[in-house]
Design a protein around this ligand. Structure first.
Ligand SMILES: [Zn+2]
Length: 449
């Protein structure tokens, strides 16, 4: 039922045509070993990997050697060579020096590789969980360094006559469109998980529709979604997922549709099928919905005043310390403390809108500062008149309190007129695919009636 969409693959970029050898003619490293298999004989703190080079493997080196006495074995030696890659996993706090030290390299190796003529920046930002593998040449000198960021992306640094040069290698996976749909009976997380959506994809879905739907408070049983996205495969193995391509979400009987559009500058945004941006000038809920612990009743007795207090905002109960975001771009017009509000922040958005955030544990901004949408301005707490940690959020239009959950939010920038043709060309096939799946499902449902 799913059409396979193959992307152009350039897997062979793993095997460079030109190989610049170091001082010796034969480097004992083969570039682009797909996965470095840890040997059973793991030495202290390092993995020694030994791989047999197939007899028909490309010649390792033809480069002129400054040591003419070294015999050139690359053309006539058909005996299997042993590849000695050693690999280490980046831990928290690691840098090139500590990683190289574990691999038995010294400070001058670090210096040489860190001063590579190309792609030196990535080596300064090693992240935990990534891998660095090294390979020595016949003389025991560092010949190659492979820095692996993900299954699809790595950097290769090779010793040349005038120092190391680096290059970025990105493998192109095959893409297979995948369709998922669910009706919500328990919670978005549970039901989406049940049909095979990862937590990250659920967040992606919520981020697309979160401008119209309050995922913190407004998801009901019977709500439903359908989503189309790519799964990525490399050599038949699933290596990840791509962006959501198109999706629908039905909330309280209203169905919202969204489709991905790649803008001219390469950035990705989601639009309604007729070209209105999903993104609004304001977040519907100014905090991470996954951290909401319970719904507050909106007409409750005020715990401190013991009377029904006119409630002019929304309360989001969430663990103390949950980040609170600026709902939209604006300027901080107040950041302070009062007995009732506790720590509070007010933001002015243009001439018309003000948003207010109360009972914060911490304020992470100050008066006069400009903030952009999504910027953390404080954390959830229970300062002021509050019995438990929650965010009290108010939304004012021309000085009048409006319900933040239902107020019509102004749109962010609409797609330009001269881009409409391109927009429909890109998005119509995606929406058609989604509705074909949805339609198929409806047809099946009819058959069972
Ligand atoms: Zn409140």
């Amino acid at each position: 039922m799913q059409a396979s969409r193959k992307s152009t693959s350039k897997v062979d970029s793993r095997l460079p045509k030109k190989h610049i050898a170091a001082a010796t003619a034969v480097a004992f490293c083969l570039v682009g070993v797909m996965s470095l298999l840890p040997s059973k004989n793991v030495q202290a703190k390092r993995n020694v990997i030994a791989l047999d080079l197939p007899a028909d493997a490309p010649a390792l080196s033809q480069a002129a050697s400054p040591a003419p006495s070294t015999p050139d074995k690359s053309n006539n030696d058909s005996a299997p060579k042993t590849l000695n890659w050693q690999e280490t996993t980046i831990a928290s706090g690691d840098n090139l020096t500590t990683a190289f030290k574990r691999l038995g390299l010294n400070a001058s190796d670090v210096y040489r590789v860190a001063n590579t003529s190309t792609e030196r920046k990535p080596l300064r930002r090693l992240r935990p969980g990534e891998h660095i593998a090294i390979c020595l040449n016949e003389e025991g000198l560092l010949a190659q360094v492979k820095y692996t960021r993900s299954t699809l992306e790595h950097y290769l640094y090779e010793r040349g006559e005038s120092g190391f040069t680096g290059k970025k290698i990105v493998l192109q996976p095959d893409l297979l469109p995948t369709y998922k749909t669910a009706i919500i009976n328990n919670s978005l997380s549970l039901d989406a998980n049940r049909v095979g959506l990862s937590q990250a994809k659920i967040m992606e879905l919520a981020n697309i529709f979160g401008w119209d739907i309050d995922f913190a408070l407004d998801i009901r049983n019977g709500d439903a979604f359908s989503v189309l996205y790519d799964e990525k495969f490399l050599n038949g193995e699933k290596v990840g997922t791509g962006d959501i391509l198109a999706a629908t979400f039905s909330n309280h009987g209203t169905t919202y549709s969204a489709v991905r559009y790649i803008e001219q500058d390469g950035s990705i945004n989601y639009y309604t099928p007729d070209g209105k941006p999903m993104r609004k000038a304001f977040l519907r809920a100014p905090l991470d919905f996954t951290r909401i612990s319970s719904n507050f009743s909106l007409r409750r007795k005020h715990p401190v005043h013991k009377r029904i207090k006119a409630h002019r905002g929304v309360d989001y109960a969430a663990p103390r310390g949950t980040p609170v975001y600026a709902a939209g771009d604006g300027k901080i017009i107040a950041s302070g403390y009062s007995k009732a509000n506790g720590n509070y922040v007010f933001i002015q958005h243009g001439g018309k809108y003000v948003t207010k955030y109360l009972h914060l544990t911490k304020r992470l901004t100050r008066k006069g500062k400009h903030v952009s949408q999504g910027k953390t301005i404080g954390t959830v707490g229970s300062t002021g008149y509050a019995t438990g940690p929650h965010l009290h959020y108010e939304f004012l239009v021309n000085g009048v309190h409006r319900n933040p959950r239902t107020v019509k939010l102004p749109d962010a920038k609409t797609i330009a007129k001269n881009q409409r043709g391109e927009f429909y060309a890109q998005t119509t096939p995606l929406l058609n695919q989604l509705s074909q799946h949805d339609g198929l499902l409806l047809a099946q449902a009819d058959l069972h009636d």
